[in-house]
Ligand binder design. Structure first.
Ligand code: 9YT
Length: 127
């Protein structure tokens, strides 16, 4: 069984602080669960282009507000506490935070922990 507290993640290599977001990676590939689980903070006022062409991702907002724009369809969905979105079609999207958003993110296949978005907004498949 695995038990962790975010206090054990903060300031370690599993705490990834990027310009638009900070991600506490609580479960990773090395944990052997078949998915990774991240607590991600999307910084207030940011817009991030994302395209997870190699991963499926589900995201559940527990704090803050913003929106997701699905680029190819042009649909825009508001996000607030209690909203879940699941990128079951590898959708290219913009994620915008009106206020600081706290998101619980699940990735399949699991992230290894080193991923940051590359130039096309995706994460590589790492082993
Ligand atoms: C919601 C989202 O995809 N944000 C980007 C960071 C990602 N969740 C991560 O690496 O934890």
């Amino acid at each position: 069984m695995i038990v962790k507290n975010i206090d054990e993640i903060i300031g370690t290599e599993d705490d990834i602080d990027e310009k638009n977001w900070r991600s506490y990676r609580l479960l990773l590939k090395k944990d052997g669960m078949g998915f990774s689980f991240h607590h991600t903070i999307i910084k207030e006022g940011t817009e991030t282009y994302i395209w997870y062409k190699n991963h499926l991702e589900a995201v559940y907002c527990i704090r803050g507000e913003g929106e997701i724009e699905v680029i190819e369809k042009g649909d825009i969905y508001p996000i607030k506490s209690g909203t879940l979105y699941a990128l079951d079609g590898h959708e290219k999207h913009y994620l915008r935070a009106t206020s600081e958003m706290h998101m619980m993110c699940v990735f399949n296949p699991p992230c290894t922990g080193r991923e940051v978005h590359d130039e096309d907004g995706s994460y590589p498949l790492l082993d």
